[in-house]
Design a protein around this ligand. Sequence first.
Ligand code: ACK
Length: 981
Amino acid sequence: MDCKPLTFFLFLFFISLTESTIYPSNEVNLLDSKASQGELGWISSPSHGWEEISGVDEHYTPIRTFQVCNIMEYSQNNWLRTNWIPRKSAQKIYVELKFTLRDCNSIPLVLGTCKETFNLHYLETDEDQGAKFREHQFSKIDTIAADESFTQSDLGDRILKLNTEVREVGPITKKGFYLAFQDVGACVALVSVRVYFKKCPFMVKNLAMFPDTVPMDSQSLVEVRGSCVNNSKEEEPPKMYCSTEGEWLVPIGKCLCNIGYEEREVSCQACRPGFYKASSGNLACSKCPPHSYAHQEGSVHCDCEKNYFRAEGDPASMACTRPPSAPGNVISVINETSVILDWSWPADTGGRKDVTFNVVCKRCWPGPRQCEPCRGAVRFLPRASGLTNTTVTVADLLAHTNYTFEIEAQNGVSSLAPALRQFAAVTITTNQAAPSQVTVIRKDRTSRNSISLSWLEPERPNGIILDYEVKYYEKQEQETSYTILRSKGTNVTLSGLKPDTTYLLQIRARTAAGYGSSSRKFEFETSPDSFSISSENSQVVLIAISSAVAIILLTVLLYVVIGRFCGSSKSKHPDEKRLHFGNGHLRLPGIRTYVDPHTYEDPSQAVHEFAKELDASCIAIDKVVGAGEFGEVCSGRLRLPSKKEICVAIKTLKTGYTEKQRRDFLSEASIMGQFDHPNIIRLEGVVTRSKPVMIVTEYMENGSLDSFLRKHDAQFTVIQLVGMLRGIASGMKYLSDMGYVHRDLAARNILVNSNLVCKVSDFGLSRVLEDDPEAAYTTRGGKIPIRWTAPEAIAYRKFTSASDVWSYGIVLWEVMSYGERPYWEMSNQDVIKAVDEGYRLPPPMDCPAALYQLMLDCWQKDRNNRPKFEQIVSILDKLIRNPSSLKITANTTSRPANLLLDRNSTDITSFRTMGDWLESVRTLPCKEAFSGVSYSSCDTLAKTSAEDFKKIGVTIVGPQKKVVSSIKALETHTKDGPVPV
Ligand code: ACK
């Protein structure tokens, strides 16, 4: 029977069953029969055995198959040998056979011996042996049986079952090999033969590249080191194992993308512009944070925009930041020598949270850049720098001193941008403050009846210490009765004490600002009374006592004689004034001192201590006479129960006042209420318990002295004027004795009553700063009535009774010139400059030389050389008693006399007579009158430029004109006779 039709069928069915020819990536084909387009050219032996048949698959791709079906004959041994297959790098090969096999039972009338298997053989050789084929050289790999065979009915159903068998062969050591298929009587169609070996294919794992790797033939794995992809680096050496099955196993270690690169599709790619990557790792690149940029690819960081910075330690992911703006709204609350500074958070923190504040303290003087860092023990609470809160307390400043505080907000980038740093500044002037405590007291000597003590000045005197108050009492008396001593020095002897007694003692210092707090109580004991006389030494003791008595008597006698001889009525300790108090009350009258209401914790307590509370129903307001800083000033009447009605001036506090305004307003009463003198305006009382709050004083019919004099120009006799001046000096003496420094003594602050009695007025703590329209801000920030103020008070706020004396000299000038404005229209700056250079106001017209001399004495640069008020009073008294002394005038020409006098070249004190004075002035060359500007004649002075006038401190047009006109007058009068100065 011809078997061709059968093979035909086999083939027909076969093609429809062809599988896809996509192989796993880890399989490398050495032979694939399906891939062959033409004849395979395998050797078939015998030639009528295996037969090569061509066909097409479902895609019409030609394929080659071999089949054999010699089942009708006995003893079949048909061989089919492949071509030589190079081994390449294979160690173990795989043979995949696809075939169909006919079920012997399904074939009717089989004549031979039908088989359902065939054999697979191989032969290794180093070279192709061509057509030479010898069966015995081949080694059998296996007998191949079909898993699925087909029957005739399958053919009818057109279903053929394709078998796939795979056999491993190895290790192969020679360069190539052959495969051979031995048929021993089966009906088989070899549809495809594929020979391949396995490998672990190239792979990128964890950014490491692993090359193609052929596994070992044995069971062992091949360890393969990976290499990092471009732009990455090993974090841990990357490795993998290649299994015999061509699979990568157990990846270990990894590579990380370099900084500036991110992992993208198993490679490391540069960050795009606008992105950065600061650390290696497999993170993605990040977008540049605010206020930064990265123009380049592969950026490892973003640069900050202009004026933005990154502090050390700022992460690259943080926005660039800038220094904060200045703190705002600085508020200072001054309490004597401490100040609480408070400010608000800067409007712009620069984008950071680490904002802190630094406070710099500078002590300032007038003039440009006249500040220097605060030295000494200025204390900042909690500290000066690194403040996290918006407040600081600065303590232990000097009293009456100008300070500037610079508050800078800082953040982490401030140090990188010094040019952008900003600060807020506040200038303050400390108040006067009482001295600090006396802390060190030493016992120098003790006897039965006395103790000598000395002590150290308080650490912070806060001014000139006027005296010390020493208070002592017997310990057992429990302070019900005590004695007070005053001492100008820092030592004292307590005498008249009881022997063998314990005393307690406290000391406190006093300045113009009042008393400081008392020292702690020190305990001292007098020596015991050891003079008990025994019988055997009574004689010795008697002699000793008689000698002692004799010595004492002699001493007393000497003291009296010397005292008489010197004509001195002074006590042994002129500085000490002793007051005795019993049950806490004043026993003997002594010197009272002014108490600064500020030293009271509660200022309203001070008002009620020094001022009487009046019932508003006792006051009748008549009319408004003027306006003050706090409200209207009215005239009216006060009728107290069982007292005569009197005229009063009533100062009111306008409604809507703040607590501070109320305090400041009433502080005037607290001060005025402490004074009792005919030349000090008398306080009648205050109304604080009903509104409006009022201060009631005696009524002064003629109002303030300056306007009164202007109203009555040239209407008084010199004696009348001197009488007024004497009153003012007397009032001022009283104030200075009380330890009160007025600071704003000026004719406008003197009131005149109907009897022409002048009284000093205008007290109060803030008045000098706020109330006086004449007060001007100095460069140091304080407000000072420049024209009336002594240079040292302007320059460094040294306000003392001596500076009040300077002001008194100006009042003297105002009085003698009938209310002329001191220094006319010169600017404050020019006044300061001129006075500093030694120029002084000239004598007013018709001013008695003695009074002008007194003015000049009051205007001595060295305040120690100025007369005391006590001396002024006595000089004026002498002038009043001797009116002829007032006849010598300092000039005789008409007013105004506008030239300032140079004290260096014109000494008025040398003019004993009017003739002297006139002669001196007549011969005084202009260049001497104007030191610093050289003039050959008064002619040229009249033509002098403004620039030259500046040199002598005259800068504004008004005074310059006046000066020039006076110079012209000077020329004229020099020729004619009388000379204005
Ligand atoms: O120059 P005068 O009339 O006098 O205008 C002012 C005004 O009030 C504002 O201070 C006047 N004045 C102040 N105190 C008194 C007083 N005790 N007696 C009379 N007038 C006074 C001052």
